[in-house]
Design a protein around this ligand. Structure first.
Ligand SMILES: *[C@@H]1O[C@H](CO)[C@@H](O)[C@H](O)[C@H]1NC(C)=O
Ligand SMILES: [Zn+2]
Length: 363
């Protein structure tokens, strides 16, 4: 994909007016701290609200009609934003005391050595309290099972919509400096950013010019047109190649490995120190935008295919064959069977636990 100087990326043609509006706001008052205030309320973890909503809108576009009807029913939302509305629920939930247990499920801390060596090893990296990969497996099993309450089924769908987004963000698949949370950088004049939140939130927001649902829908439409008839057309089939809901650990580990490879090639190709030698805007920003757009597009496309597969293999099948045909008393819906065998805690996992699995905010 070609990136021009300036705004860079696929989005540049449609975003110009928004960006200039944003800039004139900045001249009048620090609109960024206003945005940040909102973002903090919603939880600035994992792709920010913009990224997650964009993934969700892309997925909505590729859901089969029957899958969409099912998802709307599960969520009790027949609006045009039924997935986008809940895409960041998991980030709000993790910041409540009732939801704290779910914080480790937003990432897999790959203990590799970027930039020289990037790799994900499920048994080494997931940790005994679970990770994004085990969570995707758990909620894939739970959402399609049919024995859970409406609330538990909705919870499973909300987690899936979120975690299939998280897993495409390279720094959610990396242990180094807690996924970059401890790497202090300057971006666009802000000198106490951390690399993780720049990737999650501030770089995408700089590109799009806002973080509302309508910004997400606009970005999603742009990426959808690239999938349907633009630069992603020839590669989109590869994004879902081999995806198999009956082997969710393998599929989700493949997604995590795919994103983790960008830590070496794009996120920090010259190591951490090189990121701390000046403003990441515009050069670094321009170098990473194509990857951010690619990963958001992938996340949405995969999510649609994954939900379509769950629907046809479980929900539609049950409607067709009736509940009685399905014997699964032996299925363990706690998801414990997906967890890797316990191993002693590494230093990096101890550090992550000590930090409370949170992320560092600017304020
Ligand atoms: C599976 O999901 C349920 C419901 O959210 C949760 O209680 C359980 O801990 C999860 N299991 C794993 C292994 O993540
Ligand atoms: Zn998350």
């Amino acid at each position: 994909m070609v990136t021009s100087a300036g705004q860079g990326g696929l989005f540049r043609t449609t975003v110009v007016s928004k960006i200039s509006r944003h800039r004139s706001n900045l001249e009048m008052f620090d609109s960024r701290s206003v945005l940040l205030g909102l973002a903090t309320l919603n939880g600035v973890q994992a792709w920010g609200t913009l990224g997650h909503a964009t993934v969700a809108y892309i997925a909505q576009n590729y859901l089969d009609d029957a899958t969409a009807t099912w998802a709307k029913g599960v969520l009790g939302d027949t609006s045009d934003s039924y997935l986008a509305n809940i895409a960041s629920w998991a980030d709000s939930y993790r910041s409540t005391s009732a939801g704290k247990w779910s914080a480790p499920l937003h990432f897999i801390d790959a203990e590799d050595s970027p930039p020289t060596s990037c790799n994900v090893d499920y048994e080494r990296d997931c940790g005994s309290s679970g990770c994004s990969v085990s969570a995707i497996a758990n909620y894939t099993q739970r959402v399609g099972d049919g024995r859970l309450s409406k609330a538990n089924t909705a919870e499973a769908l909300k987690f899936l919509v979120h975690f299939l987004g998280d897993v495409t963000q390279p720094l959610h698949d990396e242990a180094l400096d807690r996924g970059g949370n401890e790497i202090t950088v300057t971006f666009d004049g802000y000198d106490s950013d951390n690399l993780h939140s720049d990737w999650d939130t501030y770089i995408p927001q700089k590109l799009v010019g806002g973080s509302t649902l309508s910004d997400a829908q606009t970005w999603a439409n742009e990426l959808i047109s690239q999938i349907d008839s633009g630069s992603y057309k020839s590669v989109a089939a590869n994004w879902i190649k081999g995806d198999d809901i009956s082997d969710p650990i393998t599929s989700a580990t493949t997604w995590a490995s795919d994103a983790n490879a960008f830590v070496c090639s794009v996120v920090m190709p010259n190591g951490v120190a090189a990121l701390q030698q000046g403003d990441l805007y515009p050069d670094y920003y321009n170098s990473v935008i194509p990857t951010i757009e690619l990963q958001i597009a992938k996340g949405g496309y995969r999510l649609a295919n994954w939900l379509n597969s769950i629907y046809s293999a479980h929900i539609a099948k049950r409607k067709r064959d009736g509940e009685t045909m399905i014997k699964k008393k032996d299925v363990d819906l706690s998801g414990r069977s997906f967890l890797p065998p316990p191993i002693p805690l590494s230093e990096q996992k101890k550090k992550r636990a000590a930090a409370g699995y949170g992320c560092m905010h600017r304020h």
